[in-house]
Design a protein around this ligand. Structure first.
Ligand SMILES: Cc1cc2nc3c(=O)[nH]c(=O)nc-3n(C[C@H](O)[C@H](O)[C@H](O)COP(=O)(O)OP(=O)(O)OC[C@H]3O[C@@H](n4cnc5c(N)ncnc54)[C@H](O)[C@@H]3O)c2cc1C
Length: 535
């Protein structure tokens, strides 16, 4: 190996610039910490987004695919998910997976932090909803939240920045169906602009749903937190892949070793390190950072690093709404309304915890033709019957943690630098199976009530591993958890983890506002209680 260049020391290195890394970088830069965020991917120019190309549907299945194993871009590390019922998706670039995300941002319920106490399952979190509330609010301010107050399923909260994204004819039809059943529904909270916000335009319902947004109507951290962090003096070092967090003989972290843009090894010394590489990338990095002081991998004296992987389980039903004035592919995907009728534990059901229903819109012509419509003589007729009519009702289920579900280092597969790839071992648990069976039946009922035809049931979605959680969990007990309630490693007090790895349970909602709120809380802790890390 070539000799290693040693860079000027900084206060804090942040590994990863996605939802969490961007938030923490901004917050620390705001308090004059000398902070460098090291990101393995490049900046992505919104002009190059697939949605700007007439071939966007082809690109959606190739270099803009959700899966790194399909995209195979230079910065993507391959993921061995052969032994996982759910396949991993993520994006590696400035902005991380928010480059691809759908931006549906419901919050956890207060009960989600107390599932052991309330339901006798998994563990309680060492914090409450109310510890996170101010950080949820700050994050909404930074990302821009569309939504409306008054949801009876959630605690009262401060107003969102923008009114809800319009429901559209499809959303209104589905809302009426929930009303007819007497079931809860509420306009979805989304980090998508319903009106212009902070220099970013409102959503124009252009229709290429589920894939990027050149207008900037959908928030991603490359256009929210990161420009502000850079203005405040934070540095984003791109195309730089961290391969090891370095430690000294007393077990403290001393900085990170990484390959720079030219593929040459460098060492970035720092007073502290924040890892924000997501629920797969973070355990990978910790397990790969073995040393004399951390022989099981960094911060792994509990042997909990990589264990308790949660994805969220998805199932639901689809149908055709044949008589709407507008096609169902117009507008943001999955962001119309949500229902939390079946969110909390009900002792009359055979499973604990619950799920949120999200409505998913229809697809473009190519995915409809190759996905939904059977081949054969009737292909064109069937296509015409279905295209623009498809509506989906998906349940996102609370996926309780189990130690057997885990991330390990693959003994053979590596990335372009020879760093071991993650190997995912995951199977859907018994509680989740019962929860999903319930959800599929209820989804079909809503679609029937909405007057949908051709209703099909989907018992388990498998290409939906986009919520990566639990693999370096938070807790008070150093023998059962990796970090404490501030995201600080039990085994190294100048190491912090801020992504979904720290989740104790996954709840039945999309995780990113909770990930970002936790990241901002950890940053606040560093700002106020770890001034020793500031030079
Ligand atoms: C298609 C899709 C749709 C989604 N929709 C929603 C939604 O509607 N709502 C919701 O709440 N969530 C959604 N998500 C999930 C959401 O994107 C993630 O929860 C969120 O981005 C996680 O933030 P993070 O900071 O933990 O990780 P990421 O955003 O994944 O960022 C991690 C970053 O770390 C970098 N990194 C990793 N390893 C290294 C290394 N060794 N060296 C340097 N850099 C490294 C990566 O390149 C990446 O940029 C979706 C995700 C996808 C893929």
């Amino acid at each position: 190996m070539a000799s290693i260049t040693v860079r000027e020391p900084v206060d804090i290195v942040v590994v990863g610039s996605g939802a969490s890394g961007a938030a923490v970088t901004w917050s620390l830069a705001e308090d004059d910490f000398k902070v460098v965020c090291i990101e393995q991917g490049p900046w992505v120019d919104p002009k190059t987004y697939a949605t700007n190309s007439p071939d966007w549907q082809y690109l959606q299945r190739t270099k803009w695919d959700y899966s790194p194993n399909v995209r195979k871009l230079p910065q993507d590390y391959p993921v061995n998910d052969d032994e996982s019922q759910i396949k991993v998706v993520m994006y590696n670039a400035v902005g991380g997976s928010t480059i691809h995300w759908t931006a549906h941002v419901p919050r956890f319920h207060p009960s989600d932090f107390r599932v052991k106490t309330l339901d006798g399952v998994a563990d309680d979190w060492p914090i409450s909803y109310f510890d996170l509330e101010p950080y949820y609010d700050l994050n909404d301010e930074m990302m821009g939240c569309s939504g409306i107050n008054g949801d009876p399923a959630n605690p009262p909260r401060s107003p969102r920045q923008m009114p809800p994204v319009p429901l559209g004819h499809d959303g209104e039809r589905m809302a009426r169906a929930f009303d007819n059943l007497g079931w809860h529904w509420w306009p979805s909270d989304s980090h998508i602009n319903s009106i212009d916000y902070k220099g970013r335009k409102a959503c124009n319902f252009c229709g290429a749903v589920g894939l990027n947004c050149e207008r900037g109507a959908r928030a991603s951290t490359d256009i929210t937190y990161i420009p502000d962090a850079v203005k405040l003096g934070g540095e984003i070092r791109t195309n730089s892949t961290v391969y090891e967090i370095a430690t000294n003989s007393s077990g403290k972290v001393t900085g990170v070793n990484y390959y720079n843009e030219q593929g040459e090894p460098e060492f970035q010394p720092s007073n502290g390190v924040v890892i924000a590489a997501n629920g797969i990338g973070t355990p990978r990095m910790l397990l790969h950072s073995k040393s004399t002081s951390h022989p099981n991998g960094l911060a792994n004296s509990s042997c909990m690093v990589g264990k308790n992987l949660m994805f969220h389980v998805y199932a639901g039903a689809n149908g055709l709404l044949n008589d709407l004035p507008t096609p169902t592919y117009h507008g943001p995907l999955a962001l119309i309304i949500m229902s939390q009728e079946f969110y909390e534990t009900d002792p009359s059901r055979d499973f604990k915890r619950g799920y949120t229903f999200q409505i998913g819109r229809g697809q473009g012509p190519a995915p409809t033709a190759i996905g939904d419509v059977p081949w054969g003589d009737n292909h064109h007729a069937e296509f015409n019957r279905r295209f623009g009519k498809n509506i989906g009702l998906g349940a996102i289920g609370d996926d309780l943690p189990e130690e057997v579900n885990r991330v390990e280092l693959d003994p053979h597969l590596t990335d372009r630098y020879g760093i071991p790839s993650p190997k995912i071992i995951y199977r859907v648990g018994e509680n989740s199976k019962k929860l999903l069976a319930h959800a599929v039946d209820q989804a079909a009922k809503v679609l029937e009530t909405a007057g949908a035809t051709n209703i099909t049931r989907n018992a388990l979605s498998t290409n939906t591993g986009w919520h990566l959680m639990g693999t370096a969990r938070m807790g008070d007990d150093p023998e059962r958890s990796v970090v404490n309630k501030f995201g600080q490693a039990h085994d190294a007090d100048n190491l912090f983890i801020v992504d979904g790895s720290v989740f104790v349970t996954g709840a039945g909602v999309n995780p990113t506002p909770t990930i970002q709120a936790l990241a901002l809380r950890t940053a606040d802790y560093i700002r106020h209680d770890r001034m020793d890390l500031k030079s």
